[in-house]
Design a protein around this ligand. Structure first.
Ligand code: SF4
Ligand code: SF4
Ligand code: SF4
Length: 268
């Protein structure tokens, strides 16, 4: 509750700052800080259901309703010191992670659409329902520093594995024998990024001085493969290739996207 009071005083302080600064200087301060912090804010972890960072910062009206709805004091509103757009909600999992509330109270209350239930909608037979499913959240992805992780040294530690709410799914343990000694073994945690929600409970639980497992926003942590690469052994990609081949027969414009695929289609 003390932290919630702190949050309220932070909100009050922000309101006072905004009121006191006057319209002209306020406009300058807010716009200036938003422009300067857009880059830094790419490293910021947002609540579940957040739009991509650019659209989130534009849509969020800094009302703090999501922060108030969070029962764990996970979410904070950014101040001048937080290196992200002032007044926007974020969390630091090493301090307080997202506890993945099943009813996700922070999302449906957002009046601006910056947090969108559709992004975490529960599915029934592949069809999205209007209800939120916290397991669908993609707040970030846990990254593991193998050099700093005790389990990769061969020391018994499974703190992150045990803390993960998607137990045995988002983190699994890989057994490896120590080939040199023959009598030691490793139980190495492995993160499955397609399942990880980015809640940060693993980062919070990590026993090393600086967390060996930590959450980064997906846009920062993950690469992006160009759409023209295909996996010849993948069922879905076989389908993509077949569709493109059919499309090629119907349309033969040299400027269309098929150009990227020519080398694959012509070989057959
Ligand atoms: S899911 Fe729960 S713990 Fe996580 S940010 Fe939302 S309200 Fe807070
Ligand atoms: S409720 Fe929505 S608009 Fe209000 S601060 Fe949270 S994200 Fe921004
Ligand atoms: S791996 Fe870490 S961040 Fe991902 S779901 Fe598990 S506890 Fe949360």
């Amino acid at each position: 509750m003390a932290a919630k009071q702190n949050m309220n005083s932070r909100r009050d302080a922000l309101k006072t700052l905004f009121r006191g600064a006057g319209l002209l200087s306020l406009g300058g301060a807010v716009w200036g800080s938003t422009a300067v912090t857009l880059k830094a804010s790419e490293l910021t972890l947002r609540p579940p259901g957040a739009l991509d960072e650019y659209h989130f910062v534009k849509a969020c009206i800094r009302c703090g309703t999501c922060v108030e709805a969070c029962p764990y004091d996970t979410l904070q509103l950014a101040t001048l010191d937080d290196h992200t757009a002032i007044g926007t909600p974020f969390f630091k999992p090493r301090l307080i992670p997202c506890y993945m509330c099943t009813d996700v109270p922070c999302v449906p209350v957002c009046p601006s659409g910056a947090l969108d239930v559709k992004k975490i909608a529960k599915q029934n037979d592949g069809v999205k329902t209007g209800k939120p499913d916290i397991n669908k959240a993609k707040m970030g992805v846990a990254m593991l520093d193998q050099e700093a992780c005790l389990a990769y040294w061969g020391i018994q530690c499974d703190a992150c594995y045990r803390a993960c709410p998607l137990f045995g799914e988002a983190i699994t343990l890989e057994f490896k024998r120590n080939e040199r000694t023959g009598k030691h073994a490793f139980l190495k945690p492995v993160v499955h990024r397609d399942i990880c929600t980015g809640c940060g409970l693993c980062e919070h639980a990590c026993v090393t001085e600086k967390a060996a497992i930590f959450v980064l926003p997906r846009s920062v942590a993950t690469g992006k493969v160009g759409a023209h690469y295909i996996k010849g052994w993948d069922k879905d990609d076989e389908e993509r290739l077949r569709n493109l081949k059919e499309k090629k027969t119907e349309e033969s414009s040299p400027e269309d996207e098929l150009n990227d695929w020519e080398y694959l289609l012509d070989d057959e």
